[in-house]
Design a binder for this molecule. Structure first.
Ligand code: PEP
Ligand code: MG
Length: 569
């Protein structure tokens, strides 16, 4: 039995598929047999074209014609006569296929990047993508294809990046195991949203397991059972059925208001990555969208979506939600959310680097497109804007100024939008917490991002297994921060919500009720569960728990109090 962090509840039984890390390292050689290298190169290009066609087909169905077109253009590029001539020349001179490809692509990429127009510049990113894929074929270092994994697959990886998880077909993946990450890492959040059991931070799991091994993933207790016997398989198959039944029982909460046991009405919204998730939130009876993580629109593609594409997506979300709130967070790139074509500089400490609103304010022309798309979509529903990773009043003022300018331009052109569009601030940094009273004067609402708030308050990376014991919302420092932020919001008369994972945590919910949180935003799959837990507490019971917690001085003590009291409801 192997232990990790249970990050998405439930039980999965299946066969292991190890997601390999790609190494594109090669030793450049200039003493090769040209004929052999040319043959290797041509074979690799043929394979590249076949694969690319397949990916384009898949994309056409899953995303749309336009995306498929971008991928198909890679085939045209790799067959470009001039580029091929250059590569062949180097191979004829004795260079190995890898070297010839890398050096010609480098030359083309430099040429495109120095162009003035954006479209040509973008081709540099395409050349880079093509080079890496053909290199991986030449080196036999192909990326594992997650999207076509067979049924009952357990994905095992050092780390699953958000863009990798975006390719998961949830009908086929029964479990996820990684060597890194904690409950609030993005792999965990996506696993929960897809209702796939996940155990993260299992040391050296990619070395311990092999492809095809049978394992049980117990996401509820954070346990992996390797090569289970018949009895264990039977036991867990039953647990799995019971778990699914329990989830079904939550359906009695469909159509009910979200209220505490003594009738305090609260708002319960959903977190989404795209409009597909928005439909899921409606199906799960969410009362709107509390967090639209727009960075997912920018992932898994080779260029940023333009204003029109974004506008259509945000408008769709507004229409799906029929005048219920749709809180759209502007691009939260950086940190662990890498988007290669945005070419964010490699940073030693990327969680403290150019991410969130910092990146957007440095890349104003791109940001302007997003803001304009959101503002235009506000004509179609109760759309609101949310700013990520804010640390100062100045950042909010800068964005508000941009918004005002865009609104003026739209008014001049007679384009419709909501003039009273609300602008909220994600409360997820230690600085934002300390100046919550000041930010409350600038913002129309707060949304507490406990995933980041916890890592920044505790100085403990949310994806690092070695400090996962510190990255806990139950820590007195984090609980005090949450309480203070809510207090500041209340004093300023603005609503305070929470879109971090703590909003659906049954142990945290009584504290949030006691502190006076107005709105809970959770994954679609947690909506009914959260409504059920909220309905089990009266305000005075919640206050009693909050009082006990305020008197405790360690995380362990707080966990004990929260667990003991949760069992009493
Ligand atoms: C958070 O930090 O709590 C949050 C909701 O944002 P994300 O998880 O996308 O960083
Ligand atoms: Mg965050």
């Amino acid at each position: 039995m192997l232990k990790g962090i249970g990050s998405s509840e439930g039980y999965g039984i299946g066969k292991v598929l190890i997601v390999k890390e790609q190494s594109l390292y090669f030793v450049p050689r200039s003493d090769c047999d040209p004929e052999r290298e040319l043959e290797r190169y041509k074979k690799a290009v043929d394979e590249f074209c076949n694969k690319t066609k397949q990916v384009a087909e898949h994309l056409k169905e899953a995303v749309g014609e336009q995306e498929a077109g971008i991928i198909n253009s890679h085939i045209v590029m790799i067959k470009d006569p001039y580029m091929n001539e250059e590569i062949e020349k180097l191979i004829q001179a004795g260079h190995c296929a890898e070297s010839a490809l890398a050096s010609v692509c480098h030359k083309f990429s430099n040429m495109f990047s120095s162009a003035k127009d954006e479209l040509t510049k973008q081709r540099a990113v395409d050349v880079h993508d093509i080079k890496n894929t053909v290199l991986s074929i030449l080196l036999g270092a192909e990326e594992t294809d997650i999207s076509s994994a067979p049924e009952n697959t357990i994905l095992v990886a050092k780390d699953l990046t958000p863009s990798m998880t975006a390719c998961i077909n949830k009908d086929n993946i029964s479990g996820i195991i990684t060597e890194t990450g904690g409950r609030t890492s993005h792999s965990a959040i996506i696993a929960r949203a897809m209702e796939i059991p996940a155990v993260l931070s299992v040391e050296n799991i990619t070395g311990i397991l092999s492809n095809g091994d049978t394992v049980i993933v117990n996401g509820s207790d954070g346990v992996i059972i390797q090569s289970p016997n018949e009895e264990q398989i039977e036991e867990y198959a039953k647990k799995r059925v019971d778990f699914i039944e329990e989830r079904k029982a939550l359906y009695e909460f469909v159509g009910r208001e979200t209220t505490t046991a003594d009738g305090i009405k609260l708002e319960l919204l959903g977190n989404i990555r795209n409009t597909h998730d928005a439909v899921n939130v409606i199906e799960c009876d969410g009362e709107g969208i509390g967090l639209f993580r727009t960075e997912f629109l920018f992932m898994g593609r080779s260029s940023a979506p333009d204003e029109e594409e974004q506008f259509e997506e945000y408008k769709r979300a507004a229409i799906i939600m029929k005048n219920k709130p749709v809180i759209i967070r502007t691009l939260d790139v950086g940190g662990d959310k890498a988007i290669p074509y945005l070419k964010i500089k490699k940073e030693d400490n990327y969680f403290l680097g150019c991410r969130g609103v910092r990146y957007c304010l440095k890349n104003k022309s791109m940001y302007k497109k997003q803001l304009r798309a959101i503002i235009r979509a506000s004509a179609f529903g109760d759309v609101r804007i949310l700013l990520p990773l804010v640390t100062s009043v100045d950042e909010v003022r800068q964005v508000r100024k941009m918004i005002q300018k865009i609104m003026d331009e739209l008014s001049q052109k007679g384009v419709a939008y909501n003039k009273n569009l609300k602008v909220g601030v994600m409360m997820e940094t230690s600085a934002a917490c300390l100046v919550a009273d000041l930010l409350a004067k600038e913002a129309d609402f707060f949304s507490i991002g406990t995933n980041d708030l916890t890592q920044y308050i505790m100085c403990a990376d949310r994806g690092n297994a070695d400090v996962a014991y510190l990255c806990s919302t139950y820590n007195p420092a984090v609980i005090r921060s949450i309480k203070y932020i809510i207090e500041c919001g209340k004093n300023a008369g603005i609503p305070v919500g929470m879109c971090g994972e703590a909003a659906s945590d049954k142990y945290m919910i009584p504290l949030l009720i006691s502190f006076g949180l107005d709105e809970f935003s959770v994954n679609g799959s947690s909506v009914l569960y959260t409504r059920k837990v909220i309905s089990q507490w009266t305000k005075s019971q919640a206050d009693e728990v909050a009082k006990l917690v305020s008197e405790a001085d360690t995380e362990q003590e707080i966990v004990r109090i929260l667990k003991e009291n949760a069992n009493k409801t």
